[in-house]
Design a protein around this ligand. Sequence first.
Ligand code: SF4
Length: 354
Amino acid sequence: ETLLNLISTQLQDNIADSPLEQLKAASEKIFEDAQGGYALIGLWANGYMFGLRDPHGIRPMVLGKRTESNGKIAHILASESNVLNYLGFEFIRDILPGEMVAIDLEGNVHSTSNSKPKAKAPCMFEWVYFATPESIMEGTPVYGARLNLGKKLGEKINKMIEAKTLDVDVVVPVPESGRIAAIALAEKINRPYRELLIKNRYIQRSFILQDQESRNHAVQMKMMAIASEIKDKRVLIVDDSIVRGTTSRKLVEMLKHAGAKEVTFVSTCPPIKNPCYFGIDFPLQSELIAAKLSEEGIADALGANKVIYQDLEGLKEALNQEGLCTGCITGQYPFDVSRAAVKFEQARTLSQGA
Ligand code: SF4
């Protein structure tokens, strides 16, 4: 909404030779002035649908087309390619970082790029957690990336099994986002895969609920364990990530309560130690469990026997991208975030105090 306001102001202030030139000039100004991660889609009464992707390509955007019954070509802009499949559109391509695409009333696609290109840095968390598995981003299918994450972890865990520092009777995914990686991991370590945590589909994602009490309650309500298959087993539980640790701790508690002999918690994402300033509702650094504790400390806090994280190298190999934002893992963002960090801290603290 803020960006649409900015672009609307720019369109009013910059009079050019044609509406298209006006739109291009306004986009260039947005690319210069608005730092961050965004994928913006708008309609302009002068006869254009337009889309802008931030200069680092942190957030995704795709273009598709469909032939209508009257023979005309309709275009679509969306943040995930699965939307195209559902609506019967054909995928054309990803919008490039720093690209503005404008589609006129005749169905012609016009494109312009930011005159100062930046290093590409799509968000790693799109493949790990945010995106739906049926989407393809930057040429890498989300489903395939999650299988790769599981295989990479399987290689790491096989070494522990060979060294006799770990053994596993059963691999259990945290539904839904841990499932694909857990299948590949179980195949890699040659142990049975079982869906022993059953999800209550009517509860929201817990890490974006506003307060701790709601999150605790949501976790209690959202899963049920199959005790008959868990009792006396060494369980390897696989989730996409560990953010605050609230969900993970409850799940470990649930598995232990169901009679698990050992619980090893596996995260397909490396430790998340830093906030995200790029349009995600993310916790403060002080709330991130990996920012405060070592892996042993995290295992203790979760009540697990062990915690195993994906390595950063494993993540990069699994996602197979030339550039990648890994700011929430490494603290190294695609650009200087010091001002955003102060504002983020103030805004989050205020909203929590409210
Ligand atoms: S900081 Fe993390 S969540 Fe935010 S854009 Fe970068 S990788 Fe994605």
